[in-house]
Design a protein around this ligand. Structure first.
Ligand code: SF4
Ligand code: SF4
Length: 102
């Protein structure tokens, strides 16, 4: 009994390749909101800018800007913002990311 084990698993796929497979149904209204921008102004480390795998958070003109359209709904920012300054919700039914595993 011998033989070669065949596999179609591609171990070289990276996270950007995976994200590229996803698609979104985007609502016109953001499901993520900053509760108080003045709290962000005093937030020194701004972990939301670092932790989000989809780079949803950006600092622009001394404000924390949210590009909610690319949110992966992972919830990491909700935990990372120790000041509890993100009003975090899932998108309304039917909207948001459509995951495709490949
Ligand atoms: S971690 Fe929270 S308080 Fe700090 S910049 Fe991000 S949203 Fe604002
Ligand atoms: S839920 Fe995840 S993907 Fe969405 S904004 Fe927060 S960290 Fe980024």
């Amino acid at each position: 009994m011998g033989g070669e084990v065949m596999s179609d698993i591609n171990y070289n796929v990276n996270i950007d390749d995976k994200l590229y497979l996803n698609s979104y149904i985007v609502d016109t209204e953001s499901h993520l909101k900053i509760i108080d921008q003045s709290v962000c102004e005093k937030c020194e480390d701004k972990p939301c800018l670092i932790i989000c795998p989809a780079k949803v958070y950006e600092e622009k003109d001394n404000h924390t800007h949210i590009s909610y359209e690319g949110c992966l709904e992972c919830g990491a920012c909700r935990i990372a913002c120790v000041k509890g300054n993100i009003d975090w919700r899932y998108p309304k039914g039917g909207f948001g990311i459509q995951f495709r595993l490949a």
